[in-house]
Write a protein that binds this ligand. Structure first.
Ligand code: FEO
Length: 175
């Protein structure tokens, strides 16, 4: 059993996760149009991860015998100024999500809602990993360049990362 307020906050987080999926799908389409196949695959895999995050919370709310409530999903940004900007937008977005997850944990602690607190710990760890990965990609783009050979190398790396993420998603959704 979770409080009405906690349920409302978790429903708001479902919306944020669905927006995240939409955000990454938008970036994937932009990367594809720019012929950045690796980046497109990476953003597409992120879309899948975010959908899985939304469904994790959806399942938790149902398991707690509380009510799932959907609301409108905002449109993602229509365009980016190149690949560096795409990943800068990604980092800024994930930092916002981290802030939202932290606020949810604060609420769970305040309500002494141990179940929700434990449930959210997975998201805390996930956000650390997500921010670190994007920071690493941004660092490599700055080091090797976001054009020519440097970009080609990073785009190939992103294709490899996307494959790993897709495989990870398979095991995650089974859990
Ligand atoms: Fe679901 Fe990237 O946070």
């Amino acid at each position: 059993m979770i409080s009405k307020d906690m349920t409302a906050q978790l429903n708001a987080q479902i919306n944020r996760e669905l927006y995240s999926a939409y955000f990454y799908l938008g970036l994937s389409a932009q990367a594809d149009r720019a012929n950045l196949k690796g980046a497109a695959a990476w953003f597409f895999a992120k879309h899948g991860e975010e959908m899985a995050h939304a469904l994790k919370i959806y399942r938790y709310i149902i398991d707690q015998d509380a009510e799932v409530h959907f609301s409108d999903i905002a449109a993602p940004p229509a365009s980016s100024e190149g690949v560096m900007h795409m990943f800068e937008q990604t980092l800024a977005h994930e930092r916002e999500v981290t802030g939202a997850i932290n606020a949810l944990v604060d609420k769970a602690l305040q309500e002494k809602d141990h179940a929700t607190n434990v449930f959210l710990q997975w998201f805390i760890t996930e956000q650390i990993e997500e921010e670190a990965t994007v920071n690493d990609i941004l660092g490599r783009l700055r080091l090797f360049g976001d054009k020519g050979q440097g970009l080609l190398m990073i785009d190939n790396e992103l294709a490899g990362l996307a494959r790993q993420m897709s495989q990870g998603l398979g095991t995650e959704s089974a859990g």
